[in-house]
Each structure stands twice: as structure tokens, then as C-alpha cells.
Design a binder for this molecule. Sequence first.
Ligand SMILES: Cc1ncc(COP(=O)(O)O)c(C=O)c1O
Length: 454
Amino acid sequence: MERTKFILNENEVPTSWYNILADLPEPMPPVLHPGTGKPIGPDDLAPLFPMALIQQEMSSERYIEIPDEVSDIYRLWRPTTLFRAHRLEKALDTPAKIFYKYEGSSPPGSHKPNTAVAQAYYNKKEGINRITTETGAGQWGSALSFGGACFGLEIKVYMVRISYDQKPYRRIMMETWGGKCVPSPSPDTKAGRDMLAKDPDCPGSLGLAISEAVEEAVGRDDTHYSLGSVLNHVLLHQTVIGLETRKVMMEKADVYPDIIVGCIGGGSNFAGMFLPFVKDKIDGTKPDLRIINVESTSCPTLTKGPYAYDFGDEAGLTPLLKMYTLGHDFIPPPVHAGGLRYHGMAPIISHLYKLGLVEARAEHQLGTFKAGVTFARSEGIISAPETNHAIKVVIDEALACKKSGEAKTILLAHSGHGHVDMAAYEAYFAGRLKDYDYPKEKVEESLANLPKVD
Ligand SMILES: Cc1ncc(COP(=O)(O)O)c(C=O)c1O
């Protein structure tokens, strides 16, 4: 009998996060102050984040210890299980060996609490009792509400309007954990009011929701801001996924992946998975390892955007990040994978892509739902629409193995379940979903507004 589940013991869970900044072959471009155009320092970020997170954002220490208080809460769902997808392999009749590390078993149902709990902890430790944030699909807002409940913090979430309407149960999850959720654009901030005056039916975007959350945090002394993806410290916290996976694969399953696949919105779940592996590529031990980032064709940041300095938010309130971007005021078409509708990409992933260490692919939503249904009917798990993007590419790679006869090992970063996304599945089964082509003209308009940097 071949094994299906591989699980570390609780005492084998990593006690530190891995910081790729210590091992990059070339340093990252600096983050710039939007006013001066000069590299920012810790004080520039102090109105938004606790100092411990600012230090992590800039640290070059290779391993950063996970506080005991965070590990205690991680133990509610970590370590997560590594599955061998025997039934999917059989359904595809492929010689490939498919593995997936499943983050959907966390309380909110995705990878997001890996950083939400850590961020809530560091804020509480520095005396902050209130945090604002944005959410797309609602996964991040519910994860931070859960993190807030763990440490007694008040959480206010600006949820992208289209997702707020499509996914009411996510809002109720946030409220169950004690969070407050409002649709964005909202009348609560200037950024929201300006947008509502321009377009009262605006579906919202992650960039705009970030503007609202940042504006409120900057305007109140008792409030900080928290971002669920993109930034270095967020990716750092997510490396608990890749560290666990590397250990369980090598020590319990006795395999090493040939290909790693994950979906990317701002890049946090997939970077969390692949960063501890990309290290092996950088140091030359695994030069042939392929790492495939999968994005949505409606928001094809890596595959179609330029590598440029841009704001992280719509209104231009954040520092300038060097990243692949479609322009900070680009509002992507309303695909159901709300978490993949972000105009930019994590600077760390952008840098690694520029250096040729990782690949990227964009997928249309119909194909991704088809793949998600194949996965559900073989492996059982009903996946989030975001995760379905990665599943589509895993299936394509497994079918390529069938053609070539190669028994490659494919590892999927499975970012979450889709139990709160059943309306999207219903729309798919009813034939109401459509593919969106990349809105080239809108992106060009938006790219014309990129900030000028010398
Ligand atoms: C289940 C799931 N996967 C992936 C993502 C994309 O985010 P990231 O690229 O930061 O992992 C999201 C974001 O909301 C999500 O909810």
C-alpha cells in the first residue's frame, strides 16, 4: 500500500521563519519614499506597522525565530498535511507523482493566518489594539479577524465591493471572530468617497481597499495597518509552509520536487512554499528545479506587466515598490478568484522572476474551474477559485508527463478550500462564467500613470 498522507509531529514544526534576503544572488532594489524618491527608513513605516515587523521587512538575518505565543496558536492547525494525489494521478493516467500541501485546514480555510496571527501578535506586543486592513476574496479579512480574536485586537476590514456582494459568508465569518467589515469603496474615507463620486457602481479593487485602510490607520494614533500579502515580512511568515514541506518531503516521503506550482495574487502563499526550495536553486544543489507562478489572465501582472516602481495602492499613499505591475489604478475584471486581482506583485517574487529563477503563466477562469472540479472529484477537496489556477497547471504538467513518459514529481501549493465560494461554482455549472481577455487598453491607460522615478 502506498502512503497518501505525510505529516510532521508537532515537535518537528519549524521554530524559525526563513528569510530569502540573506541568500539572494543580487540585492533587492530599495523601497522608495513617494515624496523624496529616496530609499525609505524604518521611521517612514512607523505610522503603519509595529517596529518588529518593520525590522523583519528590512532584515538580512537568514532565520527569524517564531515567538512561542505565535507557535502556540499555529499548533491549532499546523503542521499541515502533505498529500500524495494518488487518485488524481489515476484519473489523469499520468506517470507523474503529484503531491500537495494543504493550507485549507486552518480555521479560516487558507494560508492567510500564518501571517495574520504573527502580525496581530507583534501589534499587540507594541501596545496597538486596533488594526485596519483590506480584503479581496475575504480570506485575508477573515484570517486577520481570527488573528485579532487570538490576541484581543479590534479589526476593521475594507472588503472589495464585488467580493462583498459575491461572498456574504466571508463577512459573517469576520463578524463571528469579532471583526468589522465594510464594502470598499466606502464613505468612511476620502479615497472611498472620491471613487464613489466618480463611479457609484465601482466594483472596487484591492488597490483601492488598501488606500482606504492605510488612510484610516494614518489618521488615527490608536490604529495600525496590516497587509495580507506582497511585503517581505508577510512572505517571511508564510515560509513556515515551505519549511514544513521541504522537511516532510525529504524526511518522511523521501522525494524532492522537479516542479513546484502555486497561484499568485500578491504572491504570499506561493513564495511561502517555494522560498525554502529556491534557496537550493540559488546555491546550485538543484539547478533544474522549476517553479511556476500561476496568475489570472484578467490580471496578468508577471506575464504582461513591466518591472517598474509603483504604489502598492490605488490612491498613491504607500511607498514605491519595484515590482511587476499593471498600474496602481488598474481595476481588473471581476473574476471569481478575488484574491488574484491585485495590480502588482511581491517585490521578492518580481526580483526572482527578473533574475530568471522562477517562471510565470496566466490562466483563464473557465479552465481553472474545470481543473478544480477534476480535483474535487478525485481528491475530494473543493478548492478556492484562486487555488484552482495552480491546479490547472499541475494537471497540464502531469499530462505533459503522460505524453513524454516522464515520472516527474510535481508539488502543488494548495492555498485553501472553496467552501465559501460555492456561488462561483454554481455560476460555473450554470454556464454563467466567462473568460476575460487581458484588458490591454485599460492597462495602458493605467501604466501611463506610473510614478516617475529617476
Ligand atoms: C485561497 C487563496 N489563495 C491565494 C490567494 C492569493 O494571495 P497570495 O498570492 O498572497 O497567496 C488568496 C488571496 O486572497 C487566497 O484567498
